[in-house]
Design a binder for this molecule. Sequence first.
Ligand SMILES: [Mg+2]
Length: 453
Amino acid sequence: MRTFDVRFPTSQMLDGSDAMNADPDYSAAYLRIETSAPNLTGDAFVFTIGRGNDVQVRAIEIMAEKIAGLELEYAFDHIGDIARELSADSQLRWLGADKGVFHMAAGAVLNALWDLFAKSRGVPLWKLLSDMTPKQLVAAIDFRYITDALTPEEALSILEKGFAGRKSNEEILLKKGLPAYTTTPGWLGYTDEKMLRLTQEAVDSGFGLIKYKCGKSLEDDRRRLTKIREIVGPDFPIAIDANQVWDVDVAIAWVNALQEFDLQWIEEPTHPDDVVGHARIAREVAPTRVATGEHASSRIIFKQLLQSDAIRVMQIDATRVAGVNENIANILMAAKYGIPVCPHAGGVGLCEVVQHLAMFDAVAVTGHHDQRVVEYVDHLHEHFMEPTNVVHGAYMPPKSPGSGAQMVESTIAEFEFPSGIYWSSEKGKAHALSSNTAHSSSDILINEKIGAR
Ligand SMILES: [Mg+2]
């Protein structure tokens, strides 16, 4: 087992800036499981946005020690039991439960195993999942705490219903891919000029929906949305994303003040744990739909969001929860409740990995339909062995064996923190001083008091 603390200095460009996350340095707490077979490794990562990535790395190391020495096919046959045991560790569970750093660490270990399973069979992960029997898939799920929403029998029947369509769904996927939407033009730190230029480029490249960050100032949002509507016209689908900045009442008033812009959805209107708040927002901002999930810590939060009619769009994330296993549960719960899964991506590597889950959903669970769009953001793809291939607004299915998580070796050598080539350069050291120190741009009072930054 090897781990790497990989960080990219993205905050210099304000890529990724939104109302909550002003200066993210996109990072990966990266795990590589080595095997006795030469060149067969299981690669996975947890996405973070900078400081604390070292803590995530350490948690992954502690979690990964548990599976050292397991035989690969044994692990495949018992992946559901392994998932349950990682989440139920009699001491580590105290630091969760089923959420946070150790839950994401369990996700990294499980995702590295799935990467190994797919690589050892010579297929991409979406294909591996889509070829598994309904029984095998159900056995991979930890049903603890969700049987009041989805029983193993119900999960099995959803998968069996999808079974007949697998072949034709796969043919459609190989031919047409999956519809993508883009967030590239929408970062809050961009000037209007840059935002509008990128908007035009996104429309020209075939994306069917564009999402914009919002929530810093209502006046600002109205100005930006007015200009955007002038460029894209009244009918082009646009969505907004508040990244959790509002209290519930503020969210309701704010979104209702933007109704004239005919928004597809409001994303992350408030705190990710506030299921009851989301439900009220959903009722009171209709017809604007509520979307969330990139920060939903587990299947238990998703269960409650679905049970309380709080979301119309469910946004799973590849590295927030306990791996492929928990996302299979999330996808099946969404199928039962009739809510489309529109995965969250962007960051670094999230597009590469989450596309496999959306493709599994499209082939083996809910099939192809016009409610699914997969997020796409156009940066940092070059750091992966098989970068996402988005053609005219559609994700084309990856062909290489594995889960898509494997980074290019030279990238790890360059961006490993703090010893990599970039971070030990003068430029990197200066950036680390301003961004990777104990103080953050959000420490306004503290910084004022002690004169930091
Ligand atoms: Mg978002």
